[in-house]
Write a new protein. Structure first.
Length: 368
């Protein structure tokens, strides 16, 4: 539905969802209306009152909201762009003051985040790329990120590509990581690679406990704990993955699942060793599915991770810990995700296989 140039005096208990409203002047009181996902463009809504209305997902563009009052109305997901806000209020609070407070507080949070912990963007190549392909990808990526200074850039590659990747990135700001390691130093473990073998090559990072390892190769929190200890003993920096299944989220036990994983995966690991670790939150339902947790969902769980770590190791350790998000982060959603106070980086799957996309995510991390 499209409404253009109309004057409406009263609208009560009506449904006008998913419509475009352009160049209207209302001067009315709206009560208990369903007005979801409406687009307001170049309207005069000054002195209008919206009481107990569902306006979730609405967009206000170049609209005069001066003096408008939103009282007990749902504005979740709403956006305001290039609008006049003088005197507009939400439940009695001045909107202009509210936005200014948010901007200031947000900048302070981002500044604090950058001051106390490092942003890390790590590509997880999974089972992709031959050695020539790996070399070509890294050669393409190097000039794109050469000037980045505030973000740690990591490429976690298959075992067969490690030597190629180390040679290609020597003397650059790109670090190399592995995708797994065994918890024993050596022995009759056909097909496995030890942490010492990785460290001897010059590898710095290793991904542990990824959901695909847990799902397809019977990884448990016990083995993740053993691998993490082995990696630390060898001088590697573990990126330890935690995350919930879809049904666990639907059962509203995400934070319980995450807390249990952290307590088990880091059992017996000292506060000093924690400083060498990264935790990657990867909602299992968003891995390789194209589905992505919203920025608010990611922030909520990353903050919960920090809370659990604080309970185990203290507030200072939690504040200093880098927590990544790892569920289908891409160039389109990276900036919003990385702008959140508790999201310090990303564990990137598909987008890490394309140099231009990965570089965009790295750039987004410099802002967030």
């Amino acid at each position: 539905m499209e409404i253009i140039g109309k004057r409406v005096y009263e609208l009560r208990e009506s449904v006008v969802g998913e419509c475009s409203i352009t160049r209207c002047k209302f001067g009315s009181e709206f009560c208990e209306n369903e007005m979801r996902e409406c687009l307001f463009v170049r309207n005069d809504l000054s002195v209008d009152s919206f009481s107990e209305c569902n306006m979730s997902g609405d967009s206000f563009e170049r609209t005069n909201l001066s003096g408008a009052n939103f009282n007990r109305s749902d504005l979740s997901g709403a956006s305001i762009e290039n609008c006049k806000l003088d005197g507009a209020t939400i439940d009695g609070v001045n909107i202009a003051d509210m936005l200014e407070f948010y901007k200031t507080n947000h900048k302070e949070n981002i500044t604090m985040k950058k001051n106390v912990r490092k942003a890390i963007i790590a590509g997880n190549w999974k089972m992709n790329k031959t050695r020539p392909e790996a070399k070509a990808l890294l050669e393409e990526l190097k000039p794109m990120v050469a000037d980045v200074k505030d973000v740690e850039i990591v490429a976690c590659v298959p075992f067969t590509n490690l030597e190629t990747a180390l040679a290609a990135t020597a003397g650059t700001n790109i670090k190399i990581g592995a995708e797994n390691c065994h918890f024993e130093k050596s022995g009759a473990f056909t097909g496995e690679i030890s942490a010492d073998m990785l460290a001897e090559m010059g590898v710095e990072y290793v991904v542990l406990g990824h959901s695909e390892r847990r799902q397809y190769f019977a990884e448990t929190d016990e083995t993740v704990n053993k691998r993490t200890k082995a990696a630390l003993a060898a001088g590697l920096k573990p990126i330890v993955c935690v995350g919930e299944l879809l049904w666990e989220r639907e059962c509203n036990i995400t934070e319980e699942v995450i807390a249990r994983q952290i307590k088990l995966d880091f059992f017996g690991i000292s506060a000093d060793d924690l400083k060498k670790c990264v935790i990657a939150y990867e909602p299992v339902w968003a891995i390789g599915t194209g589905k992505t947790a919203t920025a608010d969902q990611a922030e909520e769980v990353c903050a919960a991770i920090r809370k659990v770590v604080g309970e185990l190791y203290g507030a200072d350790a939690a504040k200093a810990l880098t927590v990544q998000y790892g569920g289908s982060m891409n160039p389109k959603n990276a900036e919003e995700l990385l702008s959140k106070p508790d999201v310090d980086g990303g564990l990137i799957g598909g987008a890490s296989l394309k140099a231009d996309q990965f570089a965009v995510i790295v750039e987004a991390a410099t802002k967030g």
